[in-house]
Design a protein. Structure first.
Length: 255
């Protein structure tokens, strides 16, 4: 490793530490929290840190995308629905993908192609580019499904890939956690490399650490803005109108 590689790694780690401290300061500074809330705040910090690291270290290669579970009992960063399990995989607009899995017996499942999740670092809100839910999903006699994203359509469940695509987002919704079950979930890049990625060098690792630092800083900034919005005396419409096409039809599973 060259001196420049060491320097970049050191600078990246300094930025990462600073961004983590800024998030801690935002959550804890000037607050005399009771013990249980203090512990919860530190769990929140570590959960956000885990989610960001998973995003940029485990799932950053769109040609080798894994599904990553997030918004779970530990890795929280937003307002998740406690009746949902969430999974995401990083993709791009230049490749085709196939999502395969077991339907399970959960009340609903939805596979979405999105431009991201929540508000983007550009300030724009992410968008859904296409989706298939339980009402449209084709499931075989063994409870398995396949959803193709992009490329020449070879599966009945197909979502066209589009510019700006960044994420495949899967949501499983449960009505009865004791009786219903989820199922396995896979994603593959069609024509993607079969071999594992080579060990990264210092420049690549430093770039990922810097990306983690930027995303943590973004999380802190978004939270600052949301707290300011909650404190504003202006009337805020918390439930804006739904999409122009109206509410979805009741779901009836197809085979």
């Amino acid at each position: 490793m060259t001196a420049s590689g060491r320097d970049r790694l050191r600078i990246a780690m300094d930025r990462y530490r600073r961004s983590l401290l800024d998030l801690e300061d935002f959550l804890l500074a000037g607050r005399g929290l009771p013990d249980v809330e203090l512990a919860a705040a530190h769990r929140l910090i570590l959960g956000i840190d885990k989610w960001v690291k998973d995003r940029f270290f485990l799932g950053a290669d769109p040609t080798r995308p894994p599904f990553i579970k997030f918004m779970d009992e530990f890795s929280q960063w937003g307002l998740g629905n406690p009746d949902n399990l969430y999974f995401s995989a990083q993709v791009d607009a230049s490749h085709a993908y196939v999502v395969r899995g077991d339907r399970g017996s959960c009340a609903d499942i939805c596979i979405e192609l999105r431009t991201g999740n929540g508000r983007l670092e550009s300030g724009e809100h992410s968008r859904t580019l296409g989706a298939i839910d339980a009402g449209a999903l084709h499931v075989d006699d063994q409870g398995r499904f396949a959803v193709q994203i992009g490329g020449e359509a070879r599966h009945p469940d197909y979502i066209a890939n589009q510019p700006g695509a960044d994420m495949v987002f899967v949501r499983r919704t449960f009505d009865d956690w004791e009786q219903e079950r989820g199922g396995e979930l896979w994603i593959e890049c069609v024509g993607g490399p079969a071999e594992p990625s080579p060990p990264p060098g210092s420049d690549e690792v430093a770039a990922k650490i810097e990306a983690v630092a930027r995303r943590l800083a973004w999380v802190t900034r978004i939270n600052h803005e949301q707290v300011a919005e909650f404190r504003t005396p202006l009337l805020v419409d918390a439930f804006p109108p739904g999409p122009a096409y109206g509410r979805p039809a009741p779901k009836t599973e197809r085979r």
